[in-house]
Design a protein around this ligand. Structure first.
Ligand SMILES: Nc1ncnc2c1ncn2[C@@H]1O[C@H](COP(=O)(O)OP(=O)(O)OP(=O)(O)O)[C@@H](O)[C@H]1O
Length: 240
């Protein structure tokens, strides 16, 4: 055992996509336990696909993915969940006909004795506590996002993958999310990969960032460097 020096997540030469189509190419990435990483890039550069490859929701063509020292490259999604990977998809995918409380309950691991409970989720998102008896389809976009994050946390992840949580939300709700996600980061222990179009949110959240361009990493370093608009534009291209 290499102990603390061992990365929580390691991608080596990861190339993959959907069927024969290659969307992400030659990704080398290591994330330490408890580390936060922002993933930036223009639309369609493969950010979502990178998360999906980590979760086993896209096709890995070449390379390897290890998590907590185990090779998970060929493991199905549920096994990756069980190993400690939590995914909050862009579409949120909460159960529309179940209440907030039921959505959280079905996501919890029976008898896991883990760190997360519905009460802890409610303490993090008081708005959800007020809505606990409301069905998924009766929630605002912001509440749905909070519930999607709460559901992922109920699985007691060691790594949380967040795909554009601020998308389509009002600025005041984005601020609420930022505070909650920031508190999670500050508690330590949980590693987070945040994909965001909202550059300031992403750079404020994570001390380290990568930029993807056409499926490849074109920047991997301190987020601070990308606060310079010229540097950001050089890596992101003209669209930003
Ligand atoms: N299920 C799929 N089948 C085939 N191609 C796909 C699929 N999902 C995404 N793609 C393609 O993969 C490429 C990368 O898409 P991806 O969603 O990973 O990018 P992204 O950087 O997350 O973009 P966005 O910011 O728009 O979400 C795009 O060209 C997209 O059309």
């Amino acid at each position: 055992m290499t102990g603390a020096a061992e990365p929580l997540l390691a991608l080596q030469g990861v190339t993959g996509g959907y069927g024969e189509t290659v969307v992400v190419e030659g990704i080398d990435l290591a994330l330490a336990p408890g580390e936060s990483l922002a993933v930036l890039g223009r639309n369609g550069t493969g950010k979502t696909s990178l998360l999906r490859l980590v979760m086993g929701l896209a096709d890995l063509h070449r390379g390897g993915i290890s998590f907590a020292g185990d090779d998970i490259s060929r493991r199905p999604v549920h096994a990756r969940n069980r190993a400690g990977l939590g995914f909050v998809p862009q579409e949120r995918e909460i159960f529309a006909s179940l209440t907030v409380q039921e959505n959280l309950a079905v996501a919890g691991r029976v008898g896991s004795g883990g760190d997360w409970s519905a009460d802890r989720v409610y303490a993090m998102f008081p708005r959800l506590a007020e809505r606990r008896a409301n069905r998924g389809n009766q929630l605002s976009g912001g509440e749905q996002q909070m519930l999607a994050i709460g559901r992922a946390l109920m699985g007691d992840p060691r790594l949380l993958l967040l795909d554009e949580p601020s998308e389509g939300l009002a600025p005041v709700i984005v601020e609420e999310l930022e505070r909650a996600i920031g508190a999670l980061r500050d508690e330590g222990g949980l590693a987070v990969i945040l994909v965001e179009q909202h550059t300031r949110f992403a750079l404020d959240f994570a001390p380290r960032a990568i930029v993807l361009d056409r499926g490849r990493i074109v920047f991997d370093g301190e987020s601070g460097a990308l606060r310079d608009p010229e540097v950001l534009q050089r890596h992101m291209g003209l669209a930003q």
